[in-house]
Design a protein around this ligand. Structure first.
Ligand code: FES
Ligand SMILES: [Fe+2]
Length: 436
């Protein structure tokens, strides 16, 4: 069925949502253009491009962009498209361009801010109006870029919501992750795990705050680990993997008491009072470093904040207590590239990075037993949603008729409120986009 902005928005009701937002290629195209165009989308981390000319290539929605370190130390985010015939200019996932990007097709070259440095045979354009052409502007910079504590975000729309208004108090989760470094700085470390999912990216976003699935969907993996652990003789030292698996088998009551926080514009997190990350063993020497850096009270405040998943609308999720970030990159209505990134807390013991890497391997990697439980559920849903008997998905658990899209609230932990919050944000940002 043909969709436009109003009919796409009508797919989201207060407590149910039409399956076409997960399955329709037409809705997907509108979503990429408008929702991802109007929102602030994570691009990358400044530590990935420390030197002049360093770049990474990525996408915001499905738009190819390149993030590059300029000679003046600043960061540019450019559409990764040659102004001549549209060829993708930077092809590798990361690299160093030197002082210029050079298009592989006809060798037009561009400074690191995107402006044209040179084109072959300039005399061929001498009698043209080339200077006034679109091409003469070079590689187009993305309309709005904001760097927050080394995290780089971009908004494609020329006008729209400001960075601070978009994220508001949800930045407290990002702050907490960075503040866990005794010097207040993170570095991407340990590479990236990429994992292709044949499902819509929103299923992953919604799953992040779905605390009623772990004890069911992960029984075969985490439940088995716990069962094996229970057969060990008393006094057996707990393997770090068991520390990571066991909390997935927590009860409904345990997850309910952890709480959920929602913020405006679709952001929110699980694990308000405590979380599955609260009971990890202390890493020797780390607390002392934090006290030396911040004083005891502040160090305690930082380390006692153990939020589970913070969902940043539209497609990023963060785990502060283990310095992990996941991006759900939409490719098609039924295809998503999941990227798991890990960070080193600069100045902190390497054991913390080891734990993060272990968590990512056990829970989020293509080889993870736990990750496959979730993938199985997403792909079954992606497949069965095509059944016409019922075209609606229910998001009603703990619905409060007083909820609004601009709420800041703390609720019980097994609510589906954060899912409704994300869907309301989707509806809000599914709006005309101002193009430069
Ligand atoms: S397409 Fe890039 S130089 Fe021709
Ligand atoms: Fe899960």
């Amino acid at each position: 069925m043909p969709y436009d902005i109003p009919s796409a928005r009508a797919l989201i009701r207060e407590t149910e949502v039409h399956r076409d937002i997960y399955t329709s290629p037409e809705v997907f195209d509108l979503e990429m253009k408008h929702v991802f165009g109007n929102a602030w989308v994570y691009v990358g981390h400044a530590s990935q491009i420390p030197a002049m000319g360093d770049f990474i290539t990525t996408t915001t929605g499905v738009t190819p962009v390149v993030m590059v370190r300029r000679g003046d130390g600043g960061i540019s985010v450019l559409y990764n498209r040659c102004p001549h015939k549209g060829t993708r200019v930077a092809n590798e996932l990361c690299g160093n361009a030197g002082r210029f990007f050079r298009c592989p097709y006809h060798a037009w070259s561009f400074r690191l801010d995107g402006s044209i440095a040179a084109i072959p045979m300039p005399e061929a354009y001498a009698r043209t109006e080339f200077k006034g052409s679109e091409a003469a502007k070079g590689m187009t910079p993305v309309a709005a870029v904001h760097v927050y504590r080394d995290f780089v975000f971009a908004r494609l729309a020329a006008e729209g919501i400001g960075f601070e208004d978009f994220f508001g108090d949800s930045l407290s989760s990002l702050d907490n992750m960075v503040d866990r470094s005794p010097v207040g700085r993170l570095e991407v470390a340990g590479g990236v795990l990429r994992y292709l999912h044949h499902c819509n990216y929103k299923m992953l976003m919604e799953n992040l705050t779905d605390t009623c699935h772990p004890m069911v969907a992960h029984e075969s993996s985490a439940g088995t680990a716990v069962a094996v652990w229970n057969t060990m003789p008393p006094g057996t030292p707990k393997h770090p993997a068991v520390e990571i698996y066991a909390p997935f088998m927590s009860s409904y009551q345990a997850f309910d008491s952890m709480g959920v926080q929602v913020w405006p514009n679709g952001h929110g997190h699980t694990g308000v009072s405590h979380s599955i990350h609260s009971d990890y063993s202390a890493i020797p020497g780390y607390y002392e470093q934090m006290v030396a850096a911040h004083g005891e009270e502040k160090a305690r405040r930082i380390l006692d904040t153990n939020r589970h998943n913070t969902a940043y609308f539209p497609n990023m999720t963060m785990k502060g207590p283990i310095q992990a970030l996941r991006i759900f990159k939409p490719i098609a209505a039924d295809k998503t590239m999941v990227e798991s990134w890990t960070f080193r807390l600069v100045g902190a013991p390497d054991k913390l990075l080891e734990r993060t890497l272990m968590y990512s391997r056990l829970i989020n990697a293509p080889t993870s037993p736990v990750g496959h439980d979730d993938l199985e559920m997403y792909e079954r849903a992606q497949d069965a949603l095509h059944a016409d008997g019922n075209v609606w998905i229910n998001t009603q658990r703990n619905y409060d008729p007083g909820e609004t899209p601009e709420d800041t609230a703390v609720t019980n932990g097994t609510t589906e409120r954060q899912m409704r919050n994300q869907l309301r944000a989707w509806k809000k940002f599914m709006a005309e986009r101002v193009v430069a």
